[in-house]
Design a protein around this ligand. Structure first.
Ligand code: SAH
Length: 353
């Protein structure tokens, strides 16, 4: 639980006996000023003291470590939650904007072969408040360094669509209570079809990113196992439906793995799906993780990444290459693993117990 799980009616209950304007003050304190209870200076001291005894208003996120890279422009936090599960959150400052990459689950059950989070397994769903609090935390840090947090991507640990209701409630709070533009919020999914269809019917629109990584079923199933349940012939029509209904351009994420999905035929296969959906392609140079996968897990060379991008562009596909942030602190795409990275794929030497 987090104080950002509390509804206004819960906040009102904490303020029983107080004048009614206190509710708005408390709400503003939480969602506009990003305050801790003892910082709510508009409240009389006695009230602050009374509220600070209420555990419902405690912060849900305890900082375990804070690491920074890229000259301080990327910061990664490892947070411990009340039940000791751990999540990571990454804040990235760019020249003109700042983006926070948040987790939607502790761990992840999708088990994508090239992703560190997937190797660590699944712990539990995050609550709406635990999701929102990551954004508030990053917004506060941004403000302290004279920046304004304006983008949120659900690209941290977890599969947001496997926690759809809480994630959507969090999106509503991010947009309605924190005041971020819905078009600056991006949900990224491995391709859970029922939730893609639900998203198509939501009253306001966010960006949808789909982790494609392969454009034929055999390869995609080997990289993203959920493809067995929602293969391309099911996923692509769902995305067509989404696009027809929302007119929002979808983006495909494609982590380039040398010799696995970076050949010219791969580009042709991808281009055919991307063109059909008028989707944008975001190429991610594979970030290193430790794995015992049976095939090469080297990222494509920077030259090959550029060539692949050019091949797609020549095939008429709008393509960008994602700028990699935070590799040195294991904060880049697919590297978030709470405290398990050193164990990933490390088998005990033969003969040892
Ligand atoms: N579960 C959601 C949200 C995570 S987003 C999803 O898969 O979309 C994280 C993105 O980083 C996904 O596109 C994921 O496929 C990608 N990724 C995972 N491991 C990676 C790695 N080692 N290098 C580059 N990208 C990776």
């Amino acid at each position: 639980m987090s104080r950002y799980d509390l509804e206004d009616s819960d906040l009102a209950e904490l303020l029983v006996g107080e004048p009614s304007y206190r509710l708005k003050q408390l709400h503003d304190g939480l969602y506009q000023k990003f305050s801790e209870v003892d910082e709510l200076s508009v409240f009389p001291r006695a009230l602050r003291e009374r509220l600070s005894l209420r555990t419902e208003l405690d912060s849900a996120l305890e900082i375990v470590t804070e690491l920074s890279a890229d000259d301080g422009k990327t910061v990664k936090w490892l947070f411990r939650l009340h039940d000791s599960s751990e999540i990571e959150t990454v804040l990235m400052h760019y020249r003109d904007y700042s983006t926070v990459c948040i987790s939607s689950q502790a761990g992840c059950a999708m088990a994508c072969t090239f992703c560190a989070t997937g190797h660590g397994g699944y712990t539990r769903q995050l609550t709406t408040g635990e999701i929102v609090e990551q954004v508030v935390f990053a917004a506060r840090r941004s403000r302290e360094s004279g920046r304004r947090l304006d983008h949120v991507v659900f690209m941290g640990m977890g599969e947001p669509f496997a926690n759809f209701d809480r994630v959507w409630r969090a999106v509503e709070r991010i947009v309605n209570d924190l005041g971020l533009a819905s078009r600056h919020v991006t949900l990224s999914t491995v391709g859970l079809v029922p939730q893609i269809l639900l998203l198509a019917d939501k009253p306001f629109q966010v960006n949808l990113a789909v982790s494609l990584h392969a454009a034929n079923n055999e390869l995609r199933t080997s990289l993203v196992p959920i493809n067995r349940r929602y293969p391309l012939e099911v996923l692509v029509p769902a995305l067509e439906h989404y696009f027809a209904r929302t007119h929002r351009r979808i983006s495909f994420e494609w982590a380039l793995i040398a010799g696995v999905n970076d050949s010219s035929p791969d580009a042709i296969e991808l281009a055919s799906i991307a063109r059909q959906l008028r989707a944008h392609v975001n190429l991610i140079p594979l970030n290193p993780i430790q794995t015992d996968a049976p095939f090469s897990m080297e990222g494509s060379s920077p030259e090959r990444v550029e060539e692949f991008a050019d091949e797609l562009r020549e095939l008429g596909v709008n393509t960008t290459v994602r700028r990699t942030r935070g590799r040195s602190i294991d904060a880049a795409c697919g590297q978030l693993a709470a405290r398990t990275p050193i164990q990933i794929g490390r088998r005990a030497p033969k003969g040892s117990k």
